[in-house]
Design a protein around this ligand. Sequence first.
Ligand code: AMP
Length: 369
Amino acid sequence: MIKLHDLYFKPFISEQEIQIVVARMAEEIANDLGDKIPVFIGILNGSFMFVSDFVKKYPKTCEVTFIKLASYEGLKSTEDIQRLIGLTQDLTGRTVVILEDIIDSGKTLEEVHRIFRNENVKELKIATLFHKPEAYKKDFKLHYVGIEIPNKFIVGYGLDFDGLGRDLPEIYQLKTTQHMTNIVLFGPPGAGKGTQANYLKEKYNLIHISTGDVFRNNIKNETALGMLAKSYMDKGELVPDQVTIDMLAAEVEKNTDAKGFIFDGFPRTDAQAKALDELLAEKDSEISAMVALEVDDEILVKRLLERGKTSGRPDDADESIIRNRIKEYYKKTAVLKDYYSAQDKYFGVDGVGSIEEITDRLSKVIDKL
Ligand code: AMP
């Protein structure tokens, strides 16, 4: 991932892939043109890298020149009018091949055709490395197209974002979601995830999603989801994966402008962790870290029984249900430590101490992300 000005871009087309396509285009055009010595005309600024690589790969004799698109204000209209400048050579009777880095709406191409109408060239061919068919609004024939791409903003290989990125040898695509900090707050039941999430969400301006809380809300409102979840929660068992994953996805979708999330009580299984990765990948994002509160089992049982006196949660009131929740944690959830460790994203934090002490420990990890 790269940052240009204040926006993030992700890798899209590799240098190697571009070089293969440029070589293919050079070959194809050389075959079509036979013995003619063409004049290749690059449109500045974007095409400089493409033209340079292209002519190096062109196997026969050729001429190369450039023209540039310039903007100026029309006298009567405030509309920005684009003009091509720099064409000084006599092209009468020549075979001209326009080399464009990208053709999207086709506006530049229209200007090219307007100018070449008076040039008496023998033939005018259009070759473009990239083409966005979805954005193309004109009827001009594109004789050679390197790669068709979706209608997304790209930079690199001559193409810029507000002046930056032209020098990159590969192509990057604008990320659909800008940078997010996504934290999995992890730990067994009673570790203090909910308490800490409430502090951290304020401090880091993140959205806190507690799957346990969402289930309890659904139970309170007597929804179908709530009734289904209750049958599992009352026994201290996990709610089935697909139900939980769909619910979590819906919660994430409710917060399209989020700067990031604290996931509390999710993921709890391998399948949930994979689903979360996929969900975030669709948003061009990922989990930044799993931060785990580490607390001894017997302390957990004591804490939960204590909380049960006031929380009103049936699953906090009974020691055997509490022990079952902890057992479920070790059986299905603890493995996630390995899942995130393998990606270097696991950070364990001592979960015993005052609330402030523990917030401090967690913040030290988050500040470094
Ligand atoms: P919590 O409030 O996180 O302790 O969750 C309370 C109960 O809600 C759990 O014991 C499960 O029955 C259910 N639950 C919460 N999150 C999940 C999840 N990610 N997967 C399955 N069940 C969950």
